[in-house]
Design a protein. Structure first.
Length: 228
């Protein structure tokens, strides 16, 4: 590797047109911190540096300067096979997550095999005052616990999330839209009983109506539940 750094490798893939596109997608961060590197290249860089001396140093060197460095960081965390090390690295990094793509694109593979062990951490993350830590926690609950390990208490956890941040509210809506697709009977009651903030309520319905996984019959009923 010749001691090239993660940043230097990223700079080899930067693209000004893609930077312009990314800047519009992530308006809440300074565009000067965006290089304009596509996701496949970042995933490849994460694999290249993972487990190397340079990669280990990079994971400890926080905060990073660039948006793409944060993405590579989380992609590297997702490659950690030891659960305790993966959780520790995740918890060290979450306070530095400052936008939705960094929060949303990493899914540690080791989490899938350790549902009971990760659940207390997911609960803790969801209760965080830091928007993107909470958002990550909700997404993990959505990704990992809407199938065979689902429990009725899980949507309750998400329904109790408070906060006016757009990206947090959007994640709550996304959770409920996905839950309507996968766990309709247990989820629709939250809409029938108006348990959600009206904006989140309507956004969850909108997202469910856009889903191919929700039946036409269910969509017709969901339309009737919209808050006017």
């Amino acid at each position: 590797m010749g001691n090239i750094t993660v940043r230097e490798r990223l700079e080899q893939f930067k693209d000004d047109k893609y930077k312009e596109f990314q800047s519009k997608l992530v308006p809440n961060i300074d565009s000067s911190t965006i290089l304009g590197v596509k996701t496949p290249a970042m995933r490849s860089i994460a694999k290249e540096f993972f487990g190397t001396e340079e990669g280990d140093a990079f994971l400890l060197d926080l905060p990073h300067r660039y948006y793409e460095e944060n993405l590579v960081h989380f992609f590297m965390i997702a490659l950690i096979k030891d659960l305790d090390k993966c959780i520790s690295a995740t918890e060290s990094f979450l306070p530095y997550v400052d936008c939705w793509p960094v929060s949303d694109q990493s899914s540690p593979a080791v989490f899938k095999k350790n549902h009971e062990k990760i659940l207390p951490f997911i609960r803790k993350w969801i209760s965080s005052d830091h928007v993107y830590t909470a958002r990550f926690g909700i997404r993990m609950l959505m990704n990992e616990f809407l199938d065979k390990d689902f429990r009725k208490e899980y949507p309750e956890i998400v329904a109790s999330v408070n906060g006016e941040d757009y990206y947090l509210k959007m994640m709550v809506a996304w959770y409920f839209a996905t839950a309507l697709a996968k766990r309709y009977d247990e989820t629709v009651v939250f809409l029938e009983q108006h348990r959600l903030d009206p904006w989140i309520h309507n956004k969850a319905i909108q997202k469910a109506l856009e889903s191919f996984r929700v039946t036409d019959e269910h969509k017709a009923y969901l339309r009737s539940l919209k808050v006017r």
